[in-house]
Design a protein around this ligand. Structure first.
Ligand SMILES: Nc1ncnc2c1ncn2[C@@H]1O[C@H](COP(=O)(O)OP(=O)(O)O)[C@@H](O)[C@H]1O
Ligand SMILES: [Mg+2]
Length: 214
């Protein structure tokens, strides 16, 4: 069974007219070890769906199941801090901190016990292709592609089963996009993560196991 399952999921913003749904009747299933794209044009509800999957909002119709459990009945702060890692289009790193400090901060916030945080953070950086020389550098002294690698390493800091990315390559050139896609692919295939990428890039869609359209 999928780690994340949507059953007849719909969403209507509170102040919207009664029959005005952003989307309705979504039946998506996501498994570990696979990479997915959620595709939709601007305004189709990608960001809204992302906030449902990450537990920031609750669906107004249907059910989202995480590992068989109804998300609405779970502790959503804990879910966000331990079960799901999020990667943003604009990276959302703290610019005043160094690369490694951003990753360690995420470990601290998650409250997941990590032994030897610094060593683990350096390992994560290595796994996304960055060396010790990048670790001590302030975020703004890193390129866009390097910042996104750090954001991916950060999302892995508490070893979640699911990685969700909102247009993670939207600000990157094609070559860097391909490098980032390789990292996501490895996470799915070698580390058994469930990788979900919200995107309208055809290049991303070509690389995934399954595409869901909004
Ligand atoms: N807070 C909100 N209140 C009411 N409507 C919203 C709100 N946020 C987004 N919407 C509407 O929901 C639809 C989907 O938006 P969004 O999820 O941001 O789409 P996408 O990320 O695919 O561009 C749009 O029509 C948008 O205007
Ligand atoms: Mg959006």
């Amino acid at each position: 069974m999928g780690i994340l399952k949507l059953e007849k999921v719909g969403y209507r913003y509170k102040d919207a007219p009664k029959d005005k749904f952003v989307f309705k009747d979504l039946n998506f299933e996501f498994e570990q070890g696979k990479m997915y794209a959620i595709r939709g044009k601007s305004g189709s509800g990608k960001t809204t769906l992302l906030s449902l999957l990450t537990g920031l909002e609750k669906c107004t119709e249907g059910t989202i199941l995480y590992d068989g459990k109804n998300l609405k009945k779970m502790n959503l702060d804990k879910y966000r801090n331990t079960d799901i890692g999020i990667v943003f289009q604009s990276y959302n790193l703290l610019p005043r901190l160094t690369a490694i400090e951003n990753i360690i901060l995420s470990m601290d916030v998650s409250k997941v016990k990590v032994k030897e945080k610094k060593k683990k953070a350096l390992e994560l950086m290595k796994s996304v292709g960055l060396g010790d020389e990048h670790a001590k550098r302030k975020i703004l002294k890193l390129s866009g592609g390097e910042q996104q690698r750090i954001a991916i390493a950060r999302s892995l800091s508490y070893d979640p089963k699911i990685i969700i990315a909102d247009e993670p390559t939207g600000n990157l050139d094609k070559e860097t996009e391909n490098e980032i896609l390789k990292i996501f692919k490895r996470l799915a295939k070698k580390e058994n993560k469930c990788v979900i990428i919200v995107t309208h890039s055809q290049n991303v869609c070509n690389e995934v196991d399954e595409i869901y359209d909004l």
